[in-house]
Design a protein around this ligand. Structure first.
Ligand code: NDP
Length: 604
């Protein structure tokens, strides 16, 4: 492991007794305990035999005739990415827009996830986009899911995006028609519609996944995934009151960001709750509070953009005088650098910087572990709830109710780490090792398949010029300019972090992407361009830029506890976004729009 310099030589304020050697060994041991050789293949997709788990419980599907008409722009995805793009396109004068989504309404993540306790982890004043344009201020500092979902609907109404929209519709094929310079869009509703431009914003954490627990299909009690909450069974709503569980023994599987939010309500209302944990989350203070009406009244035009940019700059490692948000994200910005690309503090030699970060990380995690001891009464339970890994190995969580729930008589924590998760399920029980836990209901808070987008995962096959498949064109790696478009695939844009920017406040990234795409399309229309498409040279140069500036977090991720951040321990995913970070990326894009936009406009 090498020599570790004295921590006291490094920092004047370090009064903690932190032995990094011991801590690293403990982290490695915990990682080893959790590691499974089957990595990502340990999960079931919620399709085929498990399709029940992905069905829409919120909106009945209505039959309609297949569509064969033509629109100017078709946007795949009605979450914030699609909505923001639709809004900005309207503002640059595009009238003919069709939105399309598999869900029954707008909202994306917030359409599907309606579990009790759902809130946004990012401050709502920065997270909920277009607040000023819709004319609202969130009611809470961290908004409940329903408020966010309604805000998505309000954006759609404000910008007239319900017009021409089709829901409960999945694109099955995108094909460029060279004769008409249009995309032919086929769907699972038998549509064959046409569009001059297609924009895909199909999200990254959309398809619920299930653990591949032996016997999972034999369970005869009630069961569902948190992203398809069954209120008919549980009673209540997102604020709780789950009266249907008063006489039920309930199992919840998973203690990630979703599990942490849902457990307090289940603990409150179930007759008995078993929480099946494999890796504990880090759970810090939430400190949610209603919006101060005087503060809301004092806000001046442009306040949201200023707040979003301030937050983005801080979490991207930029030097900022004033922290407008002051929360668990901004105070740990330097610890997030390992996962999210951004500016690097070059005032220290790399080795010293790494060591300083590791010590800060250890202090942060010590405080999080100490908080468990302060809150949880039973020492054995407290021990099991302590996270042993570096701060950004897993998504940080915030709650003022989660740990407290384990002090309830009717709540049992079942640690499954030594068994790599739940051992098996029977007709009426969840089994860990040799112990059976008979339950009436199993709720899976087990997260989502992590895909880059339907385009990249191949669930939305794309054929461009000359019938070439996009996946084939990308067989040696993604080929894009700035992440948006690819050579050989005219008038096709995608949103997402691939070869683009990434940040914890992803709606900020989506807003910049929407504005960029709208500006490029508007310029194309204004100048009478035949198509919008980057040259092969531009695409190759951008690929080189991405590679040369890639964040090297492989060593960090290799030591992390397994999870979707490091492909279940298989290795890092660094290098897919713009290394210098979102602030630098947005600055570069603004300059490109002023000076080089003509390079993607195809004249004939
Ligand atoms: P995660 O993938 O983060 O968590 C899944 C959970 O299921 C983990 O605790 C995992 O354990 C557990 N699990 C998986 N398989 C088994 C098994 N066989 N036995 C026992 N446990 C198992 O999903 P979430 O839905 O919690 O969160 C996904 C993402 O969604 C978050 O990271 C975040 O980005 C976002 N989110 C944001 C929220 C917000 O902003 N408020 C709220 C909720 C989610 P293990 O850790 O060991 O793999």
């Amino acid at each position: 492991m090498g020599t570790i310099p004295s921590t006291h030589a490094m920092t004047e304020d370090d009064t903690d007794e932190i032995d990094l050697q011991v801590l690293r060994a403990k982290y490695a041991k915990e990682r080893e305990r959790r590691l499974r050789p089957d990595a990502n293949t340990q999960y079931h997709r919620t399709s085929g035999a498990f399709g029940y788990y992905a069905k829409d419980p919120y909106t009945p599907r209505t039959e309609r005739e297949p569509l064969t008409d033509t629109v100017e722009v078709l946007v795949v995805g009605g979450g914030f990415g699609g909505l923001l793009t639709g809004a900005r396109l309207r503002q640059v004068g595009v009238e003919s827009i069709r939105m399309l989504d598999e869900a029954g309404d707008f909202g994306g993540t917030w359409y599907w996830n309606r579990y009790p306790g759902i809130h946004c982890d990012i401050e709502s004043y920065s997270y909920m986009p277009l607040l000023e344009e819709v004319g609202t201020v969130p009611q809470w500092r961290y908004a409940p899911g329903e408020e966010i979902r309604r805000h998505a609907v309000a954006i759609a109404k404000t910008f007239g995006l319900y017009r021409d929209t089709v829901f409960h519709t999945r694109v099955t094929d995108l094909e460029w028609d060279e004769a008409t310079d249009e995309w032919v869009v086929s769907t699972d509703r038998g549509d064959r519609m046409r569009a001059r431009f297609v924009i895909t914003s199909s999200g990254t954490l959309t398809q619920p996944k299930l653990p591949g627990i032996p016997g999972i299909e034999s369970f005869q009690g009630h069961t569902f995934h948190t992203s398809r909450w069954d209120y008919d069974y549980t009673g209540g709503d997102q604020e709780g009151g789950l009266t249907g569980l008063a006489d039920k023994k309930v199992a919840v599987v998973g203690t990630g960001a979703t599990g942490v939010q849902v457990v307090p309500h289940l603990g409150q209302d179930a007759k008995h709750l078993y929480v099946f944990q494999r890796t504990p989350s880090s759970v810090d203070v939430r400190d949610n509070r209603p919006t101060d009406p005087d503060w809301a009244a004092s806000l001046r035009p442009g306040w949201q953009r200023e707040r979003m940019e301030n937050f983005l700059a801080i979490v991207s490692g930029e030097q900022v005088d004033n922290d407008l948000t002051q929360d668990g994200w901004t105070s740990t910005a330097h610890l997030q650098r390992k996962m999210i690309t951004g500016a690097v503090d070059t005032s220290l030699p790399p080795h010293e910087r790494e060591l300083r970060e590791e010590l800060d990380d250890a202090r942060k995690m010590n405080r999080i572990r100490a908080r468990v001891d302060q809150i949880v009464d039973d020492p054995a339970t407290a021990e099991l709830l302590k996270p042993w890994y570096r701060y950004m190995c897993k998504r940080p969580c915030f709650s003022d109710h989660y740990l407290q729930t384990f002090n309830r008589e009717n709540v049992t924590l079942v640690d499954t780490a030594d068994h790599g998760g739940i051992t098996r399920m029977t007709e009426d029980a969840v089994v860990v090792g040799d112990t059976e836990y008979p339950v009436d209901c199993v709720i899976f808070a087990t997260g989502f398949d992590v895909g880059v987008s339907g385009v990249v995962s191949g669930t939305m096959p794309v054929r461009g010029r000359g019938g070439q498949s996009l996946l084939d064109s990308w067989r040696h790696g993604p080929r894009t300019l700035h992440g948006f478009y690819s050579d050989g695939f005219p008038n096709l844009f995608q949103l997402g972090s691939l070869q683009n920017a990434n940040a914890v406040n992803f709606t900020n990234i989506l807003l910049e992407q929407a504005e960029h795409i709208a500006a490029v399309i508007a310029e194309g229309i204004k100048t009478g361009a035949r198509a919008i498409e980057p040259t092969s040279k531009a695409v190759e140069e951008w690929g080189r830029t991405i590679r040369e500036n890639a964040l090297d977090n492989a060593a960090f991720q290799a030591e992390c506890t397994p999870g979707y951040y490091n492909r279940e321990g298989a290795g890092g995913t660094g290098g897919t976004s713009y290394g210098p970070g979102p602030v630098a990326f947005h600055r570069m894009l603004a300059h490109w729009r002023k000076t080089r936009i003509h390079e993607v406009l195809v004249k004939d």
